[in-house]
Design a protein around this ligand. Structure first.
Ligand SMILES: Nc1ncnc2c1ncn2[C@@H]1O[C@H](COP(=O)(O)OP(=O)(O)OP(=O)(O)O)[C@@H](O)[C@H]1O
Ligand SMILES: [Mg+2]
Length: 460
């Protein structure tokens, strides 16, 4: 059995025991932090961890999580840590299958004990750190095209630097994966990776998310809460959709970037936290600066090292690898045994513009795997928008990868694509397609046989 001893720490919004976070940071156990059950479910779909710590005020609003534990929807041991402990909660948690119930204040001893019960020993942590590094580093990013190889080499070059990185690219191009790789490949890889989506959290809340607040700072601040900058001590804060940050917060962020010091909202104590910032945007930040929506000084601060996540249409050579990766993943998740996709599907994929980039490909394959009628995906399984014609730009042609390639296969593939295109443009009337290609009808028919080209309407 493979172990990935990353801990998933679910801190609900009503409160968290700062001593717990501090204790975990002291133990150097690689962990991911999520803020809601929904976020934890998404995280668990894509990642693995060895145990979950559910750090909540009380179990009151978390019964569905415990149900998930009971019916084995949550695949790993869960430790509950409560800042407002009660005997009743302890009983409920343990009955639902939690391995331990920790009460605030949490001692290092009790925590170690609980982690041991959950199978996360501090010795395996270091092995786990190694594994987290390989699983969430560059190797989690699929791609072998020259543009992607440039991205990998840039990540390797700057992961250990402390400078701020700005990851840019269209939606769904893998900006978050790049940010993760920067973290896990680098010297901070054992520390926490703390993502914050600046576009998804409303302005006033974002400030307290980032900086934390003191007890009594505002009406609902019933206890002190650590902000994400503080949680990221020793690690990386990933500021996603940075262009969405309000002007007021932009000023505060600039100061934090310069000084690595800040105060919690309502507090006077200066907090220092050692974190690196990786930001991402799918907007043209220069344009935002020009329009006066984004501070120029902050822009320069963030854009020290820009990394461009290339759109999928500019690296169609990576599509077969991505397809293989996603089909394998959805086979695993959906308990299916799809062997792969047909050549013709790959050809269609290569021609499509992918406005939603890798995420669109991923979602499409998930749907295709779920709905598949047989163990191989064919054109019949494709969504409508991929069946509409569309021309294959010739300039998109294969570049020669570093390790070489098979000329005959590439030429055959090229030939096949062009023949398919000709057939589609002529509604599969062979005479007309042959004329378009300036070949004999018999040559065309022979090639169609060789490439197994049949019209999808004939197939259906
Ligand atoms: N090169 C890749 N290899 C494997 N999976 C990828 C790759 N690029 C993207 N993905 C997957 O595609 C999805 C979108 O990636 P990610 O969230 O990193 O994109 P993004 O650029 O942050 O998008 P957005 O701007 O919409 O937030 C994720 O599920 C991710 O795992
Ligand atoms: Mg993103």
């Amino acid at each position: 059995m493979t172990h990935n001893p990353l801990l998933l720490l679910l801190l609900d919004s009503s409160g968290l025991s700062s001593e717990l976070v501090k204790a975990l940071q002291k133990k150097d156990i690689p962990m991911a932090v999520v803020r809601s059950e929904a976020e934890s479910r998404r995280w668990l779909e894509e990642n693995q961890c060895q145990a979950i710590i559910l750090a909540v005020s009380s179990l009151h609003s978390h019964s569905s999580f415990l149900d998930g534990l009971q019916d084995a929807a949550i695949p790993v041991p869960v430790i509950v840590a409560a800042s407002e402990p009660s005997v009743n909660d302890a009983v409920v948690a343990l009955q639902a299958g939690a391995v331990d119930y920790l009460e605030s204040p949490i001692s290092l001893n009790r925590l170690e004990n609980a982690l041991e019960k959950a199978g996360v020993s501090c010795q395996v942590a270091s092995a786990g750190q190694q594994q987290a590094k390989t699983e969430k580093g560059c190797s989690s990013i699929i791609g072998n095209s020259s543009v992607m190889r440039q991205v990998f080499s840039l990540i390797k070059k700057v992961c250990d630097a402390e400078t701020t990185v700005l990851v840019r690219g269209e939606s769904g191009t893998g900006k978050e994966l790049i940010a993760q790789a920067l973290h896990y490949e680098g010297i901070r890889g054992n520390g926490p990776f703390v993502p914050v989506n600046c576009g998804a959290i409303p302005g006033e809340l974002l400030e307290s998310e980032l900086f934390g607040h003191e007890k009594g700072a505002f009406t609902h601040a019933i206890r002190t809460r650590l902000g994400r900058f503080e949680l990221a001590n020793g690690g990386t804060v990933f500021l996603d959709e940075i262009s969405e940050m309000s002007p007021m917060l932009q000023v505060k962020l600039l100061r934090v970037l310069q000084e690595k010091e800040f105060e919690r909202i309502g507090g006077t104590k200066t907090i220092s936290s050692d974190f690196r910032v990786v930001a991402a945007t799918n907007r043209d930040l220069e344009q935002e600066v020009e329009a006066g929506r984004f501070r120029e000084d902050l822009y320069y601060r963030l854009n020290v090292i820009p990394i461009e996540a290339p759109p999928l249409r500019e690296r169609v050579q990576d599509i077969p690898l991505l397809v293989e990766h996603f089909v394998a993943r959805f086979n695993r998740l959906r308990k299916k045994k799809i062997k792969g996709v047909s050549e013709e599907v790959l050809i269609r994929f290569g021609r499509y513009a992918w406005p939603g980039n890798v995420r669109e490909l991923e979602n499409m394959l998930e749907r295709m795997v779920i709905l598949a009628g047989s163990d191989a995906l064919s054109v019949a399984d494709l969504p409508e928008r991929l069946l509409e014609g569309g021309t294959a730009p010739v300039e998109r042609f294969e570049e020669i990868p570093g390790q070489g390639f098979f000329l005959n296969e590439v030429l055959a593939d090229f030939e096949k694509r062009l023949i398919l295109q000709a057939l589609e443009q002529t509604d599969w009337v062979k005479n007309r397609a042959a004329k378009l290609l300036n070949v004999n009808r018999t040559t065309l028919i022979e090639k169609m046989k060789r490439f197994k080209l049949v019209s999808s309407s004939a197939e259906a």
